[in-house]
Design a protein around this ligand. Sequence first.
Ligand code: SD4
Length: 333
Amino acid sequence: MTIQRRTFFKWGLTGIALSLFKPAKATEYVDQTINMDVKPGGPIVLSTWNHGLIANKAAWEVLSKGGKSLDAVEQAARITESDVKNRSVGIGGMPDRDGHVTLDACIMDENSRCGSVAFLEGIAHPISVARKIMESTQHVMLVGEGAKQFAIQHGFDRIKTPLPEVKEEWKKWKAENKDLFKKPEINHENHDTIGIIALDADGNLSGACTTSGWAYKLPGRVGDSPIIGAGLFVDNEVGAAVATGLGEAIIRVAGSHTVVELMRQGFSPQEACQKAVERIISKHKDMTGLQCGFLALDKFGNVGAYSSFNGFNYAKKTHKEEALIDATFNRKW
Ligand code: SD4
């Protein structure tokens, strides 16, 4: 494929910039990672799990018109947050042990600006509250009642959760799981956070992550998803990563930040995701039921995804491709 001179020049400069902070031992970052399937500078959007397919369509509405990756990832996250059938994100989310649906979300853009909400109840779009915090306050993160009051003051739509059918499920769970009542379990069926990372036509990266977290979690529990560096990290000079799975394990290794830093050292997005999962594995004697996965995108549009157990997949959209792709994994369930 021929690369136009202007384009080549643009990416050549980026390559020079990248090489300035490349450690001596790192493999050749620029040469290894140019992906000819993606127009240099994007656009491309990736989202975790199969609900990512429909979320990506919303992102693509923005990206295909030359819009910003920040708007694209927010719009994508809002689609999943509105989905009443989704039991792990937004309005349809599962409650905590005591029946409260508490939502976590964060967003990060190409200028390393970030915003985050955690333990937020009764607000329809945590991702947009996170963006509002990022754009209109000096803070990064608001939680609980303070986050709710902030959202209400800024006119965000309110919701009543849990949905009646979700409340019925919770009541049933409560009646049937007297033992688990103290120690809720996570598995690959009861959590499907959405994480979205995108590269726009200007070559800028952003990411978003939104979840209702671990079903039947202890009240007050916050996972990795709203924590910048754990559930999401973006560095516009290098790449972006999002995490899904057991938040406690992901926080322990600052997962998404680790993936981006590995890419900075010269590892491909795929290698970086695998190494971050292996880091998690190395910190846990007992991997029973410990699903965790990373999805990564580098500055050139190259993609990586890897999980501890099989079953993790992600949706990808470019000018050429719309697909649901199985991530590679360390072991089978
Ligand atoms: C959490 N990481 O709250 C989230 C859950 C998740 O796919 O990702 N589910 O721990």
